[in-house]
Design a protein around this ligand. Structure first.
Ligand code: MN
Length: 503
């Protein structure tokens, strides 16, 4: 799939004023150019950073903000006040700005030249108070933004900026994402429902349904040569169960899975869809519930949600975009069953079939087993254990008057014992801060059984995303205290109620 960061830009905008004369302003512009170029050249930074001319008047600020909003390549802005920039000048520009922005609170020189410092130096290097003036007006206007504090040459500061840049760019792309649903929601399930109109208004992605019959037709049209080429690829890439191999008794089932994969991919490409859902309750015209095909499409970067779950299809796509180029594994997931061992209780996450092989700890095996629901032929699937490591389990739910993003920090482990009879991909993890507190908080927050599970994206990035999109974000981590968490839920309920009244 296309690199989501390609051809996107972040605009580096430095504020100042005319109080100091032309000499210092030339220095401000030169320093801004030097900083922007260095940030742009940073190996971790995936998006082009473009230095814009320094702004010193309200009209210039309005112009650059308006141009940023109109430019389809601009994913966001980075603001920095090298000197003092009286912030009433910023009101009109910021008031109308729709693109996300980050306030980089930095300073040109890292350390003070103690023996030579004079008032000229002080007048030029006054981010310490110039950025406070800017921070005030952002807070006064109630603007959501990221604040990154640190010297621009410092690796930690650059990493924070790169992490934020990924989120800004991914949200930019999410606003142009089309999610296709094959079939509706699983009957009677509540948490996978939601307001698609509100979602498009808040996040920008569209969700539309296409008939499963149209997909079935596209699958039937796949040439045999494409089916055979995919089967060869499976045999090379995975440990293929002997029954599925050429001449084996289930060879035809593997071909069916390959045909579904090719047809599904073609349907998505031709329709411009980068995320999709299906449901085992609506498979008319398909021979198997798509397992292997969905797993492989997720590994390519497509978002997916089972049982019509378009919110998690979009979330998986979003997280895969944020992680693009450095993804250590991101998948659709379901909290499935528990190992309530008092010494180290674990969650076993899995799904009927559809777990992304990007989270596999080794080579996946390609197998065929019966599926008790759906009433279709035995589906082919990839089976593997998830890899160990720090991960996030994250869920997006519709609370009626707002979307809530729930982020749970977990530690994935190798399964304590082999699972020879479990015919699906799975990952086991330990809940932070502990099993009882973490899962109590999850249940109290109304977190779904469907999630996006990722080893790459960080909590701070998802918090940034929630701020940019203007939605609620709740975090369960090693500091979570259940009493405080319950209060946070209660206070957020009130805060969003008030927000609704003020709208
Ligand atoms: Mn499910």
């Amino acid at each position: 799939m296309k690199n989501p960061f390609e051809s996107l830009e972040l605009w580096f905008v430095t504020g100042s004023q005319h109080l100091y004369g032309p000499g210092p302003l030339r220095e401000v512009a030169a320093h801004a150019g030097e900083i922007a170029a260095a940030l742009d050249a940073d190996g971790e930074q995936p998006i082009r950073i473009v230095c814009k001319p320094i702004v010193t008047r309200p009209e210039e600020i309005q112009t650059v903000c308006g141009e940023a909003d109109r430019d389809p390549a601009c994913a966001g802005l980075i603001f920095w006040m090298h000197t003092f920039s009286p912030a009433k000048m910023w009101i009109s520009g910021l008031r109308h700005l729709k693109k996300p922005f980050c306030h980089l609170h930095t300073q040109y020189g890292a350390t003070l030249p103690w023996s030579s410092i004079d008032m000229d130096y002080m007048n030029l290097n006054q981010s310490a108070h110039g950025d406070r003036e800017f921070g005030f007006i952002c807070s006064r206007l109630g603007l959501e933004r990221e604040v990154i504090v640190g010297h621009w040459q410092d690796a930690h500061t650059r990493a924070q900026l790169a992490a934020w840049s990924r989120v800004a760019a991914a949200l930019h792309q999410l606003r142009q994402t089309n999610v296709v649903r094959f079939g509706d929601n699983m009957r009677q399930v509540a948490v996978t429902e939601g307001d698609k109109v509100e979602a498009e208004s808040v996040f920008g992605f569209s969700v539309n349904t296409h008939g499963i019959g149209d997909l079935a037709e596209r699958i039937r049209a796949v040439p045999d040569a494409d089916v055979n080429a995919l089967c060869d690829e499976y045999a090379e890439t995975y440990d293929l169960a002997p029954a599925l191999a050429r001449g084996g008794p289930a060879e035809a089932s593997l071909k069916t899975a390959a045909r579904i994969e090719a047809g599904l991919r073609a349907f998505l490409e031709e329709g411009g869809f980068t995320a999709f859902t299906d449901t085992f309750e609506d498979l008319h015209g398909l021979d198997q519930l798509p397992g292997l095909p969905v797993q492989r499409l997720m590994a390519e970067g497509y978002g997916f949600g089972a049982e019509g779950d378009w919110k998690h299809a979009a979330l998986v796509r979003l997280v895969k975009m944020i992680a693009h180029g450095q993804d250590h594994g991101t998948s659709f997931m379901e909290d499935y069953t528990y190992h309530m061992n008092p010494e180290r209780p674990l969650v076993l996450g899995a799904h009927m079939l559809e777990i992304c092989p990007s989270i596999a700890s080794g080579k996946a095996s390609c197998e065929i087993h019966p599926l008790g629901i759906g009433g279709k032929a035995d589906p082919v699937r990839l089976v593997f254990d998830g890899k160990p490591g720090a991960a996030l389990n994250t869920s997006l739910v519709d609370m009626g008057n707002r979307f809530r993003l729930l982020v749970h920090e977990v530690n994935a482990h190798a399964p304590p014992e082999p699972l020879p009879r479990l015919p699906v991909a799975r990952v086991v993890w330990e809940s932070k801060p502990d099993f009882e507190t973490g899962l109590s908080a999850w249940i109290l927050a109304g977190g779904a059984h469907h999630t996006c599970f990722t080893y790459s994206v960080k909590t701070r990035q998802l918090e940034s995303f929630a701020r940019m999109a203007g939605i609620e974000c709740l975090v369960i981590d090693d500091k979570t205290d259940l009493r405080a968490f319950r209060n946070e839920l209660r206070w957020n309920q009130a805060a969003y109620g008030l927000k609704g009244l003020c709208r």
